[in-house]
Design a protein around this ligand. Structure first.
Ligand SMILES: NC(=O)c1ccc[n+]([C@@H]2O[C@H](COP(=O)([O-])OP(=O)(O)OC[C@H]3O[C@@H](n4cnc5c(N)ncnc54)[C@H](OP(=O)(O)O)[C@@H]3O)[C@@H](O)[C@H]2O)c1
Length: 160
């Protein structure tokens, strides 16, 4: 099962605001995110889920928390206690790929184990105080790039 990090990162590294507000809106980037992840599990931290407010449609939503009392009244939602539990749950459902969709704390943990990253670099700086973790160029290499309207998608793979 391929584990893929997907994120949208402003030119200055910002991915969001700790207040929960979105730092920007890009219809095109959202469409790219949707078409890439549709049909596959999306794994996220509890804060990111609460920012979304409800599960992303057409995808199994897996939310990571340390709070064993956490419960949301939604279908297509699985609550787990770690990234590894999320992986094994999706593996048992026989998915051949899964997407790790944030936020910052889950990205840094997932960078240890992910196989690929799909990072949209937005054409602008953004206001915010949550940043994408530093990408170690000794570990990750860009395998292709795709210029879109307002952003560029960088495809990363782990160096062999
Ligand atoms: N631009 C993008 O592509 C993008 C994508 C996603 C999110 N974001 C932004 O990122 C920000 C949220 O990121 P964040 O780092 O603050 O929060 P987060 O990673 O979404 O969630 C953090 C929470 O996940 C749980 N968690 C983390 N590690 C865990 C572990 N090892 N075991 C069990 N539970 C664990 C904890 O939940 P509990 O506190 O419940 O225990 C923790 O408080 C928001 O601003 C959001 O808008 C941006």
């Amino acid at each position: 099962m391929k584990k893929i990090i997907i994120s949208a990162v402003a030119k200055n590294g910002v991915i969001g605001k700790s207040s929960g507000e979105m730092s920007w809106h890009s219809k095109e980037e959202f469409q790219h995110f949707k078409s890439t992840t549709f049909g596959f599990p999306v794994i996220m931290g509890r804060v990111t889920f609460e920012t979304l407010g409800k599960p992303l449609k057409g995808r199994l939503n897996v939310v990571i928390t340390r709070n064993d009392k956490l419960n949301y009244d939604f279908e297509e939602l699985k609550i787990v206690d770690s990234l590894n539990t999320a992986y094994s749950f999706c593996e048992r459902q026989n998915y051949d790929k899964i997407f790790i969709i944030g936020g910052a704390s889950i990205y840094s943990q997932a960078m240890e184990t992910a196989d690929e990253m799909i990072i949209s670099i937005m054409d602008f700086d953004a206001e915010g105080d949550v940043y994408f973790p530093k990408i170690d160029e000794n570990i990750w290499e860009v395998t292709s790039r795709d210029k879109r309207n307002g952003f560029e998608v960088l495809f990363y793979a782990r160096k062999k």
